[in-house]
Design a protein around this ligand. Sequence first.
Ligand code: AVJ
Ligand code: FE
Length: 447
Amino acid sequence: ADMTTEDGIKERVAAELEAVRRRSLGLTVDVLDTGELTAQHSPLMSPLVWDLAHVGNYEEQWLVRAAAGDAPLRPEIDRLYDAFEHPRADRVALPLLPPREARSYLDQVRSRVLDSLGRVRFTPDRPLLAGGFVYGMVVQHEHQHDETMLATHQLRRGGPVLDEPAVPVPGVLPGPAEVLVGEGPFTMGTDGGMDGGGAGGGDPWSYDNERPAHTVHLPAYWIDAAPVANRAYLEFVADGGYDHPRWWTPAGWEWRNRSGKRTPAFWAREGGEWTRRRFGRTEPLPPDEPVQHVCWYEADAYARWTGKRLPTEAEWEKAARFDPATGTSRRFPWGDADPGPDHANLGQRRLGPAPAGAFPAGASPYGCRQMIGDVWEWTSTDFAGYPGFAVFPYAEYSEVFFGGGYKVLRGGSWATHPSVARATFRNWDYPVRRQIFAGFRCARDAA
Ligand code: AVJ
Ligand code: FE
């Protein structure tokens, strides 16, 4: 689609709305019965039928009411699906729409949206609509919930219901274990311009927390060229990494004691072999795969054990998108082009990460691989607004989480859709969380 014209953006919007809905249905009503859709698979997660109706309610609020200015469809359910009103653990007890009703509510909302799309004008004087922003926001919202629903799938008991298509992975080239990022400034974040260019490598659908573009000076540092793989993490486990307080921060050691955890989530030891359970299947632990399902404390402890540390968020972003040859920051590690299958493992094309070191065509100018896709990467930075941050369009997307004890994660996982993955995108979670598809890479000072 031609993203420089209103019709082109609308064409893309309609296609993306259709595609994300197919994905959501494929994670819910297409594959699970009512019992499974309404069950609480984990107190950390919503019942899947809550996520399903929540994305419909969000679409109603933003596209039917705010964008088109049409009358509300079902305002009485707004509170049921308000994430701040009910913690995840409590949602199973709410009078939620049953799956069939949720499905028809989604269809009703969607047909209203498509009916109004032609008449809504993306005028620059309405920032919510300029560049189709609010439509992109709703697409990204549903894809983010789809990733959350995948985390729920990973936690559910019972046999497999999701297919793992055999997608070839571009060959793993031998590369240096670490790359050096020289001292100097770079542009972090984006101004979200429509032109796709500009100082921040503009992205019209970027979130408020990615803005504004600003200059950050960093001393020289080394950063791993690939995410830490299971093979390396196993050495930490075998070396008693979980038993030596010297690798852990006080809060991390406290987590280790309280939780009793001694491996990443979903690992088991069976007959002298390491296995891991994923989406209803138990398989040998693949040594080359990036480690997943570690919390921030585990990532931090591993990094200390290797004599390194986690990268700061700024270090991660500079290594991912700054081109020292031109002095500019890119949208993606490989350039400004949208992600293709040779660049990154995104969008649930496979049901897990590709081997660490894959996707040479997706490398950043410094030579870092898999900065986008495969696993979210923990950084050492607490989630906060950039200098000059301004809420847009609502404080509950990100501002209310600033200073809330969340750590920033970057890059997206194999479960993240390309519309949500870019080198400026910021994710966040509590340092104890392990159900998300998170791993990490390490860094160290060059001095
Ligand atoms: C950005 C992934 C932390 O899932 O809590 C979904 C995204 N915001 N609905 C979350 C989000 C509102 C958010 N994260
Ligand atoms: Fe949401």
